[in-house]
Design a protein around this ligand. Structure first.
Ligand SMILES: NC(=O)c1ccc[n+]([C@@H]2O[C@H](COP(=O)([O-])OP(=O)(O)OC[C@H]3O[C@@H](n4cnc5c(N)ncnc54)[C@H](O)[C@@H]3O)[C@@H](O)[C@H]2O)c1
Length: 346
């Protein structure tokens, strides 16, 4: 089928797992953890990284294969990545302020490049936005650069890009596909919360109340605490709401930061309900996971999904990719979302 040319904004932990995944699965004896070895005719090894942007002095100017292991990244190393001959370029940093977690990024002294011009030189199929949560202005800048350079856009961040009607219209007018927002992790708290509630409903239980809260380490957890707590809470709660056909008190959100958890995350789930005879039950669960690899498999699917959609001439929001791979998406249940994605990718 050929290669999938991918440009990256934000060479942090998620980027590290994504880049490593394309090499890990090229040689893995068993593709454990990979949802699809082939999708629409494309394998993970068909993904070719052609450009990367960051703003950190630890990463700008380095080869992408080195930047993904530079501080403060701490995604688990699962494979050696060869030199990629893609030098990380200085991106725009309009969200970098004196306060908050973004200020802990040591800004490179390099001059920001013209992102659209840099993209045009390497003709990517898509730009994947993986910048720090809360970087709303930068996310919009990267989305507009993708339009100007004529490539598709995937927004893994909680910034509203797929949720912005003007941007969606602009992608549609430019005949370019777009999917987002906020990646729905493979074995992540939101997907599991949805799964638990769908399962209980399918077993005839009535749910009276439920919450899901997280504790995480790493830069993105500080960002969630300081910059995106309300956005994250509203995206996550909206993502879970509607999977059961009646309303009940429901809260889903990230809450706090514990530095020594590193890239790890503890997710807590609570459900109170009733079953036969109106007899009550409660459920109290905890999931411990690593953030970055939790996004890798879904992201590799989303990349291939958006490439197939692009090959088919899709423009604007690609709903089957959004429903399958992102939290902010129209979705009635996971099974229907998976079917729509499979129908798209054949
Ligand atoms: N499983 C997951 O990791 C997961 C799941 C859902 C959503 N997300 C989202 O994906 C994004 C990346 O997550 P992460 O864990 O890799 O974060 P991270 O903090 O490890 O990495 C973010 C990277 O973006 C860079 N950056 C910040 N501003 C930039 C700019 N203006 N231009 C270019 N680069 C910039 C930072 O220097 C850093 O290298 C976040 O927005 C997060 O909310 C991740």
């Amino acid at each position: 089928m050929g290669e999938i040319r991918v440009a990256i904004a934000g060479t942090g932990n998620l980027c590290s797992s994504l880049v490593q995944g394309t090499y890990f699965y090229a040689n893995a004896k068993e593709p454990i953890g990979l949802l699809h070895t082939e999708l629409g005719g494309y394998k993970p090894s068909d993904v070719k990284f052609v450009a990367a942007f960051d703003i950190s002095e630890e990463k700008v100017g380095k080869d992408l294969s080195e930047a993904i292991f530079a501080k403060p990244n701490q995604a688990p190393k699962v494979v050696n990545v060869p030199k990629l001959k893609v030098s990380v370029q200085m991106g725009p940093a309009p969200d970098l302020t004196e306060e908050g977690a973004l200020s802990s990024i040591k800004r490179s002294s390099a001059k920001a490049v013209d992102v659209a011009a840099a993209l045009s030189k390497v003709r990517p199929d898509m730009l994947i936005n993986m910048v720090s949560g809360g970087s709303d202005k930068a996310s919009t800048l990267y989305a507009n650069a993708a339009i100007n350079a004529g490539c598709a856009f995937l927004n893994t961040t909680p910034s509203s890009i797929a949720g912005d009607t003007t941007l969606v219209k602009n992608f549609t007018n430019a005949k370019l596909p777009l999917a987002g927002d906020d990646l729905l992790d493979q074995v992540g708290a939101t997907a599991i919360h949805i799964g638990i509630l769908e399962f209980l409903h399918s077993r005839g239980a009535h749910i009276d109340e439920s919450y899901q809260l997280d504790i995480g380490g790493g830069t993105e957890s500080i960002n969630t605490l300081e910059k995106t707590k309300d956005t994250k809470r509203s995206i996550k709660t909206a993502a879970v709401t509607g999977h059961v056909p009646y309303k009940f008190p429901l809260v889903s959100g990230s809450t706090d930061f514990v530095d020594f958890l590193g890239n790890g995350r503890d997710s807590f789930f609570w459900v109170k309900g009733r079953y036969f005879g109106g007899v009550p039950f409660t459920m109290d669960l905890k999931l411990s996971s690593e953030d970055a690899p939790n996004g890798g498999s879904i992201l590799l699917d989303a990349i291939r999904g958006i490439k197939v959609a692009k090959d088919k001439g899709a423009k604007g929001l690609v709903q089957p990719v959004c429903g399958y791979a992102f939290k902010r998406a129209e979705r009635t249940n996971l099974a229907t979302a998976y079917k729509a994605f499979r129908d798209l990718t054949g």
